[in-house]
Ligand binder design. Structure first.
Ligand code: PMP
Length: 451
């Protein structure tokens, strides 16, 4: 996750008014919290409340949120109906933590997920509850694929992001994040993603030829892992045709197709799953972030039933039974996924935002800006080094929380809650336009870091 190109100075610490009054400002974090923190460097205020697409800091200032918890808040902050369900559940002493024991809350989630998500899409999956991070769902997918296929190698793509634990990091692109592993990252082969310059037009044809040639030197892979839209990698959208060809190629190689829908799932793409549009049926699907509906930690691996080769406890973890996440997830499924109304709403807002971003780019031809994306994850690429970072910083000063993505933090990533209203969306996009006009294009010599 880039999270970070928008470094700005710390907000001055305000003096507590009385002896026992809590400190205000950011000094406590700077003194006590590890240097590893990142998002807070771009948004150096202290947030105290949040509603829908709005964040409020401790001075009472409001911000429009175009980051949405990196995709964990598709239904916005503190959704009132989901919150009500959570409060009711807590008030009747519902089980909150249950390892992977059976609970009524988990049963209800599984039944709703089957009824409202899997069945209407003609999909059949077993559900594995992994540890609650995206990275853990990816670890589970890689382990299971290797176990089923009895092979070690996995193919991944340039600019991919699958998480920062060692297995997931081995299939993640960012050089700086890979270096932080401290050990060699093995058993992964990178291939150019759709449109990546290294692919020279058709990386899949090259991959197919390598897999087909028994002396190419490329070992037969257990799996191929892909994001249909690379979010952290710069909002790179794979075409429907490319995805279909990839799926056919994976099948021909007798490997498994893993779709990482951790950031693009739960409606972000304009459908519940991002692979629906291309008509794929991945062998394994990683889901996390917004499946917990309220920012509640939860991650899933969806497994084609015939591939569920786990033995009990082979991939376990303490926090796989977050019942508050089950309750919130069930509420969101019932509220938003009974029909395709929500998808149509996301698609409508996507068009509106895409049009406005294209206008913004066209009105400033000197910037060489490019717009891309799908659903409500859109990117405004600003090729001048440091430009996107500077614009994000200026936008924050104007009350918009927005991050950068891409290998050189060159893309402004527009990712509001899917529930945002048109006023909020327009306001956020207008703030980007105003921030663009305020920031001079940086000198070409200015060097920028990696995400
Ligand atoms: N996969 C994708 C596509 C992601 O966007 C992310 C997080 N940005 C992850 C995996 C890792 O998730 P987590 O940070 O919860 O481990």
């Amino acid at each position: 996750m880039s999270g970070g190109g928008v470094a700005a100075g710390a907000v001055a610490t305000r003096r507590p008014s009385g002896k026992d009054a809590p400190a205000a400002g950011t000094a406590t974090f700077e003194r006590l919290e590890s240097e590893v923190r990142i998002y807070c460097r771009s948004f150096p205020v202290v947030f105290v409340a949040a509603r829908g697409y709005r964040l409020i800091d401790e001075t009472g200032r409001e911000y429009v949120d175009f980051v949405s918890g990196a995709g964990s808040l598709n239904y916005g902050h503190n959704h009132p109906l989901i919150k009500r369900r959570l409060i009711e559940y807590l008030e009747r002493d519902g089980v909150t933590h249950s390892l992977d024991m059976y609970t009524a809350a988990k049963r209800e989630f599984l039944e709703r997920f089957e009824e409202l998500i899997l069945r209407p899409r003609g999909l059949q999956y077993k559900v594995q509850f992994t540890g609650p991070t995206g990275a853990n769902a990816v670890e589970a997918a890689l382990k299971l694929a290797r176990k089923v296929k009895r092979r070690t190698e996995v193919i991944h793509f340039t600019n991919s992001y699958h998480g920062l634990s060692l297995g997931a990091l081995a299939v993640t692109g960012s050089r700086s994040k890979r270096l932080a592993a401290g050990v060699p990252l093995a058993h992964a082969t990178v291939v150019p993603f759709d449109g990546h310059p290294a692919g020279r037009g058709d990386s899949l044809a090259q991959l197919a030829a390598l897999l087909d040639d028994p002396s190419s030197g490329l070992d037969q892979p257990a799996a191929v892992i892909v994001e249909t839209v690379q979010a952290e990698g710069g909002v790179n959208v794979a075409s429907r045709d490319w995805l279909r060809r990839l799926a056919a190629l994976v099948r021909a190689a007798d490997a498994l197709l893993i779709v990482d829908d951790i950031q693009l799932g739960c409606g972000r793409s304009g459908r519940f799953f991002s692979f629906e549009e291309a008509g794929l049926e991945p062998d394994l699907v990683c889901l996390s972030k917004s499946i917990g509906a309220f920012g509640m930690p939860m991650a899933l691996l969806l497994i084609k039933p015939e591939l569920d080769a786990w033995r009990p406890g082979e991939h376990t973890g303490t926090f796989r039974g977050n019942n508050l996440a089950f309750v919130a997830a069930t509420a969101a499924l019932e509220l938003y996924w009974r029909d395709d109304g929500f998808c149509r709403e996301v698609q409508r807002k996507s068009k509106l935002a895409m049009r406005r971003l294209q206008e913004i780019a066209a009105a400033r031809p000197g910037l060489g800006a490019a717009v891309r994306g799908r659903g409500l994850i859109l990117g405004l690429q600003l090729p001048a080094p440091g430009m996107a970072t500077a614009v994000a910083r200026a936008a924050f000063a104007r009350g918009l929380v927005i991050e950068t993505a891409g290998p050189r933090d060159e893309v402004l990533k527009v990712m509001p809650p899917l529930t945002i209203d048109e006023d909020g969306l327009r306001h956020g996009l207008d703030t980007i336009a105003a921030a663009l006009d305020e920031v001079p294009a940086p000198a070409p010599a200015e060097v920028i870091g990696e995400s």
